[in-house]
Design a protein around this ligand. Sequence first.
Ligand code: NAD
Length: 516
Amino acid sequence: HEAILKTVLGDFYSQDKHYGSAYLGDQRFDSDATVDVISPNDGQHLLSISHAKPDVIQQVIASAKAEFYHWRSVPAPQRGELVRLFADKARTAKHQLATIISLEAGKPFQESLGEVQELIDVCDFAVGLSRQLYGLTIATERPNHRMMEQWHPIGPVVIITAFNFPMAVWGWNAAISLICGNPIIWKPSSQTPLCGLACHQLLLSAIKEFGANPELSSIVFGEKPQVEQLVDHKDIALVSATGSCAMGRAVNCRVAARMGRTLLELGGNNAMIVCPSADLELAIRAITFSALGTSGQRCTTLRRLIVHSSLKHQVLTKLEAIYKTVSIGDPFDSSNLMGPLVNQQAIDTMKASINTAISQGGKLITGGQQISNLDNKGKSEHGFYITPAIIDIDPSAEIVQQETFAPLLYVHSYDSLEQALAIQNGVSQGLSSAIFTKDMMEAEIFVSARGSDCGLVNVNIGTSGAEIGGAFGGEKDTGGGRESGSDAWKAYMRRMTNTINYGSELPLAQGISFDM
Ligand code: NAD
């Protein structure tokens, strides 16, 4: 894979596998302490990065702010042209980019290709959107007046991303931020720094071709201290954070303290209801992809299956057979449907959740065995593979409240739709949900105000695999943010209401008289 890295990373490529701590445009910064990145696929050392120092972060923010004063005045359709140039480059490099995702995140290559396609799709969407960004004209009560709404660029945007969608989530934020007139500063997951550098490099090459300032885009490596410095800064107009609920809560409190703006895309605890009228074959296929895709490491992964009691035995038998035979292994081998988990900690967390579930009355149907051999220090030298697990458990067990970011599926049964909905909505997260039914009334209730309380609500498809045209995000502890399609762009702009008087009188609103 070195040849691919060399091609995509260009000047950023390091033969000695030591990468910088921050890249301000094309300027690289380093710091002393290094952090190793381990491949989930084989447990081997992939590369090292360092964490950005405070003065470098300060410089990155100052440069983004300075560049904002220029970029905000470039007409939006021209800003769209930059995103189009980037999308062209991403199209050409699709296979190389997907390789880097599979290398660092352990995602099966087919799914990595899908992720890069999502990055390209959102860019295409943003290019069209750059000719819209529309406001309203609103009827005014005053004669010879006009009232209208405009949307203006907001300022530098910090984008914090998780390991599991290391390119697409940046793409959702970067493409829309750029057309909206905002410079971007990216803090990628420390597990996927090369995914970050590859996208940053492609964007820089588009920026140069376009003739804009490279400081429009920067990347900062780090963890809590670096994130805190970034999000605390008053010159950061928007913090768009994707990751666990714990991270989002911490970031949200800090940004709220300075009256800043956040866009939060946090953890899910997604459920599917399988009704008596469901097309079972379709449902089983949807369950399989939703629960096992990306080895259970999607924010929309199916975690809770709520099956009508008349079907439970049948569904469990079918799923058990699939779970026992699903092909697990090297994500670059197309015969494998599941790759590794991201690290040993993810495996340990999954095993701990299984034990807790059993102690809370759950019955392990299958799975939960680590596949690789551990050395005598407990480290994996062969990657972080585990068999996917199913647990039959009562929905009142406390463990099901929690998102375990692994292929662990809890199965519950229900007797009435009201009961199923109460189970489905009875968790603190609210990202994705699905129902399988041929009964029109059940489907309509599910998508109605008294149905699912999630941001993504599907009928006869699984919980994962959203398209970029819709607004993506969830309610409650998932953070309430919406990204990608529909009118999610409004979060990246400031709204201005204008009232213009083209008469020679000064009538006051609400008929107030103030004559001197
Ligand atoms: P994570 O929360 O550990 O990390 C996400 C990002 O936040 C990383 O860049 C990380 O370096 C940073 N971070 C982590 N802890 C932090 C802290 N205390 N202070 C400041 N920054 C911190 O998440 P992960 O393990 O990389 O990804 C999995 C999680 O992300 C899951 O909960 C998943 O559901 C969620 N996720 C949500 C969406 C969505 O759109 N809703 C998409 C992808 C992933």
